[in-house]
Design a protein around this ligand. Sequence first.
Ligand code: HEM
Length: 469
Amino acid sequence: MATGVASQKALPAASALPLVGKWANIFKISNEPCTYSRWLYDTYGSIVSLAPGDPSWVVAFGSEFNFQLLSQPALFELRKGKILNVPEGTSLRRLFITNLLDMNGEHHKQQRQLMQPAFHKKQIGLYHNDMVAITQQMLERWQPHEQIELHAEMKKLTQRIVIKTLFGLNDEQEIDRIGTLFDKVATLFLPMMLTPNIDVPGLPYHRILKLADQLDGFTRAMIARKRQETEASDVLAALVQAHDEEGTKLSDDELIGHVFTLYGAGHTTTSSALTWALFLLHQHPRIHADVLAELDGVLHGAAPSLESLRQLPLLDGVIKETLRLLPPAPISMRTAAEACELGGYALPKGATIFFSPFMTHRLPELYEEPNRFKPERWATLSRTPYEYLPFSAGVHRCLGAEFAQLEIKVVLATMLQRYRLALVPNTNVEPKGSDMDPAHGMPMRVMPQDRQFARVPIRGKIQNIVDFV
Ligand code: HEM
């Protein structure tokens, strides 16, 4: 229970150097969420603080703690935006502060309810044709036998899909121009935190504001356009139309923040999932062959329709298994709104608690042979939302989960039928950081789909977290 009498025994604590130790450990869990989580769990068990004698930064592992942290949103809150020191009324503040992942309680509930219709299953079906078309455009550009940097390609692809489905733009160059602008602003987070807020030409903060103003202006113009277009079927059009029973709609400022978050949340995670799915398939030739046989049997070389995508259980299993083994969001955190108790230990108000979908997915009591890629396990396996949580659980569960799963399926079904991607032998493979990007890239050769599936020798830390047998 998260409340009740806390035990007097000391919380197990990771060793830490004096002064910097806690911060070094916080950095480690963000930068190496898989290997460091694994080490913490193996060394200290299911709950551990990141510095001796300091219960204000804690890591809690396993489905029972996931349940406690995610099913009590009033006690365990999301607190990201509070660290931002951005002046009120600026475009920067509108872009970075107004988003579901910075909201709690009634405010979050009201905003999420307004956004939900844009992500209903029926509405997501409307984005399917765009997903297919943009994937096919990418495949047209690839040349047989050329070497590509797969992760960069997947990032570009998911960027195009998210911009296209958000705004309904048709011109490819415009999609890329807007994608670049979004990317530039998204990477401003760190400089923005480190730069004094002095808005004078020539200083970094001025440049940051100018970029944010451009994006704010573009999104505002798109909102005005969507208010005129009654037939549009993109995400922004659905958000603009959305209203509650009292007729309350999302304001322009709210829409701007939400659109920016949808861009960020919507493409880096999905590109990571695609890259890892293609890597895991490559290193498991029998499964790769079986997936292609399934695609042949259902699609016969055609583009995947919504109906046909429902008939691909093995591909479903590949996606579920990729998100289990290498979840694009391997750790998350919550903040204690009150002094409380967790696992029998007293935590102060304001304590930050990390939880780890990655480690939960590796527990042998939940998953047999947890480090192996076994998509077929999902034919019979069913797990609770706290035992399998690549999209988190509870009130902040990913709003785009169905969108992402459809997108991953469309891309894989379209790509695998046409090409066999061959990993460059001896590549150093390592998932890194809180978004699981491959640290050294993922170089692949684009081969015609000749069904000559074969794994290659690899190097790198991936071998410590996935068993290739
Ligand atoms: C494989 C792809 C994706 C993964 C693994 C993923 C994962 C997650 C996770 C773990 C959270 C919750 C974080 C927490 O509880 O602390 C989340 C929230 C969210 N995601 Fe995703 N996501 C993916 C794709 C998408 C896409 C495609 C969109 C939109 C187009 C999206 C939009 C959102 C939004 C708006 C939230 C905030 C929900 C809320 O706070 O109520 N995500 N996502």
